[in-house]
Ligand binder design. Structure first.
Ligand code: GDP
Length: 461
């Protein structure tokens, strides 16, 4: 919530307890409300009777605007700029009874607080210079992290890893710009050869560094969303049984009637440090019915965007006749063969077509081979990690868009330098790169982009 001046935040625990109100056993530990803004100290004094000492938990009676005691609370005052938002902030920990939390919320509203917009606390922190934009985004990544790796990447970004990389790029680019801008005032003069060489080498370095950062984008998608893992195979090969065993519960319908999964199912699982997005598809039938054809089309769409394909083969049968549309998508790098129903045969799967593919024999019925399968899946997920120095940097789509534009301008500038174009033109491209770099840490002013970005945060963050 936000007062004209101050901003109040109901943390997740409050929302949870309010949600719990609907259940008959809806009790919980504590609720935390957070207020930020210049009126905060005055508000704290009115609530508690005296001003709580900063940065220590102070026990107080919460008195509402009419002077009635509402709850026995703990108040923690953070005096700006040493606070999350850089403004004065107050955290009120009250008992987790949703009714109580609601009473306090209503009282704070009556005292002039306004509800915070989604992401407003972090937006204020950014606007007040507490963090750059990439760090603000990392807060959101941290909240939504689904795996140890995603958490590690978010934490590094929050601690400024991407910001530091961008600062280095910006510094490198500024050095080039400084070098050539000196000649802009002398349009008839060419860049001296040594300066041309310096600029050419520096631009090449910048392009490589920018491309390396761009290459982390796909891993960033995987960290944020999970490794897209599509389960393919003939009807009845055991795809749904495989999904259920990996997920650890019955998620998909298992039936000995071929073709029971007509559409597709999605489940996320955590394996080691990774999150996998498992997608169970309709069976691939060499001679499909009309309805099966629809299911197969969806399977093909999913397959085309997969990071990893698990091709499930029934070991007790001969190799399936896969449609050509499927075959042409499969290769050793993107496909892992799951030779299922190992309990039905002692022979290893003999499929010359997939002979040089990594193959794991499993039985979705008994669980045999699943430890090996899980290790193989983790190794596959590991392989998507792009090394970039010591820090785990994995950019998001917004960063990728800005970096791609920066690189286009750099390419352009390099080409112009080679063909001896006027220095103003080169400088203008370089300024284009600089602006695109600046968007990543938010060092340029773009109100619409900022509103859009913070609106995707959850309320109270
Ligand atoms: P899907 O059509 O590929 O999804 O296959 P299902 O998971 O529905 O399984 C089809 C049939 O095969 C069911 O009767 C399963 O119980 C059976 N099945 C699945 N995996 C195994 C396995 O590893 N061994 C044996 N013996 N049967 C299995």
């Amino acid at each position: 919530f936000v007062t004209t001046q101050a901003c109040l935040r109901a943390m997740a625990s409050t929302q949870d307890t309010i949600a719990a109100l609907a259940t008959p056993t809806g009790t919980s530990a504590i609720a935390v409300l957070r207020i930020s803004g210049p009126d905060t100290k005055e508000l704290a004094e009115k609530i508690a009777g005296t001003l709580p000492s900063p940065r220590s938990a102070t026990r107080a009676d919460y008195r509402d605007i009419e002077g009635n005691i509402v709850d026995d609370v703990l108040l923690t005052l953070f005096v700006g700029p040493a606070s999350y938002t850089a403004e004065d902030t107050l955290e009120i920990s009250c008992h987790g009874n949703p009714f109580l939390a609601q009473r306090i919320l209503e009282d704070l509203l009556a005292r002039g607080c306004h509800p915070a917009e989604a992401g407003e606390f972090t937006q204020r922190a950014f606007l007040n210079g507490q963090m750059d934009l990439s760090q603000a985004e990392a807060v959101m990544d941290l909240i939504h992290a689904r795996s140890t790796r995603a958490l590690a990447a978010a934490n590094q970004q929050l601690r400024g890893a991407l910001g530091r990389k961008m600062d280095a790029l910006i510094e490198g680019l500024l050095a080039v710009l400084a070098n050539i801008e000196a000649y802009i005032d002398f349009p008839d003069e060419d860049l001296p050869t040594e300066d041309q060489e310096f600029v050419a080498v520096a631009l090449e370095r910048l392009k490589i560094d920018t491309s390396n950062l761009l290459a982390t984008n796909h891993y960033g998608d995987i960290l944020r969303d999970g490794l897209k893992t599509v389960i393919l195979g003939e009807p009845n090969a055991g795809k749904s049984s495989l999904l259920n065993r990996l997920v650890g519960r019955d998620r998909a319908l298992v039936s000995d009637q071929p073709g029971t999964t007509r559409d597709y199912l999605e489940e996320r699982i955590i394996l080691g440090d990774h999150c996998l997005r498992l997608i169970d598809t309709a069976g691939l039938n060499a001679a499909p019915t009309e309805l099966e054809k629809l299911g197969m089309e969806k399977s093909l769409e999913r397959m085309a965007e997969a990071d990893l394909i698990l091709l499930v083969l029934d070991q007790s049968k001969s190799s399936p006749e896969l449609p050509d549309t499927v075959r042409k998508h499969l290769n050793k790098v993107n496909t892992l063969i799951v030779a299922n129903k190992s309990d039905l045969t002692s022979d290893a799967v003999s499929s010359p077509e997939f002979g040089n593919y990594e193959t794991i024999a499993t039985s979705a019925l008994t669980g045999a081979g699943f430890d090996e399968l899980q290790i193989a899946l983790q190794n596959r997920a590991d392989a998507f990690h792009v090394e970039l120095g010591d820090e785990l940097i994995a950019i998001n789509a917004r960063h990728a868009d800005a970096l791609a534009r920066a690189n286009t301008c750099l390419e352009q500038a390099s080409a112009q330098l080679k063909s001896g174009d006027p220095i103003e033109l080169i400088a203008s491209e370089l300024r284009g790169s600089l602006a695109a770099y600046g968007e990543i840490s938010g060092k340029i002013d773009n109100e619409r982009m900022l509103d859009h970005l913070f609106a995707s945060f959850c309320i109270g963050k």
